[in-house]
Design a binder for this molecule. Structure first.
Ligand code: MN
Length: 237
């Protein structure tokens, strides 16, 4: 077969380090669950019990928006209210379509700690106008992720502290047991709409306590049995 030639060099494969492996995890897609902790849904203005009234909903981030833990990212353009959202990330390692909750675990390769960085002011404008969330959620350096820890003996995480500190002060402190839709439910539901693939990351939503960051801030997050994530906010471009 003739090797294709391109007008310019294609983007490199986006990937993440894997704990205990020299091979890296090649990223395919980035799915994110919205409002998956009751207390965060309430701080975002929702009323009542979310699970009783709806299904989970999703948005996506372009893989090129992914940044590894430990980075310094510029304060992004177009916002004056740049927020952190500390989240458990589920990293898939097998394909699945219309999988049952009972079979969902088979798709899980591992877990990571993630930050779903958000231009909150643009999200509010989009929400109020009924417009897509892309400008607020899907932009350069908007998805931060730690190295992936293989699921191994962890199984399906159903509990464990998830915390985030800004400049050493704890701002978010939740537990994975507070997820409105748990990991099995998310994978099963998402697989009704997509042919899930190895390399698909799922950001599972953030606990309450989201807030704004500014240039010079240092973020440090932790999820029990999964690991740590850090991020520094640099100057605006
Ligand atoms: Mn989020």
């Amino acid at each position: 077969m003739t090797q294709a030639t391109y007008l310019w060099n294609p983007p490199a494969v986006v990937s993440l380090p894997v704990i205990g492996s020299t091979a890296r995890y090649p990223v395919n897609r980035i799915f994110c669950v919205g409002r998956n902790y009751q207390a965060h849904a309430i701080e975002m203005g929702m009323k009542g019990v979310v699970k009783a009234t709806s299904r989970p909903f999703y948005f996506t981030k372009t893989p090129s928006s992914l940044v590894e833990s430990g980075a310094t990212i510029p304060y992004p353009p177009g916002t004056a209210d740049f927020h952190y959202e500390m989240e458990l990330v589920v990293a898939l390692g097998a394909p699945g379509f219309r999988v049952s909750e009972a079979d969902a675990e088979k798709l899980i390769h591992g877990y990571a700690a993630g930050l779903d960085m958000t231009r909150r002011d643009l999200q509010a404008i989009a929400r109020d106008a009924g417009r897509p969330w892309d400008l607020s959620k899907n932009f350069e350096n908007a998805a931060i992720c730690s190295p992936i820890v293989p699921a191994g003996e962890l199984g399906v995480l159903d509990r464990g502290a998830i915390t985030l500190a800004v400049n050493g002060v704890t701002r978010q402190a939740g537990d994975l047991s507070q997820l409105i839709w748990n990991i099995r439910e998310i994978i099963a539901d998402l697989s009704q709409f997509y042919h899930l693939q190895p390399g698909d990351l799922i950001y599972t939503g953030t606990p309450e306590g989201v807030g704004a960051v500014k240039t010079g801030d240092h973020l440090s997050g932790h999820i029990d049995r999964v690991g740590d994530i850090t991020l520094t906010i640099g100057a605006a471009e």
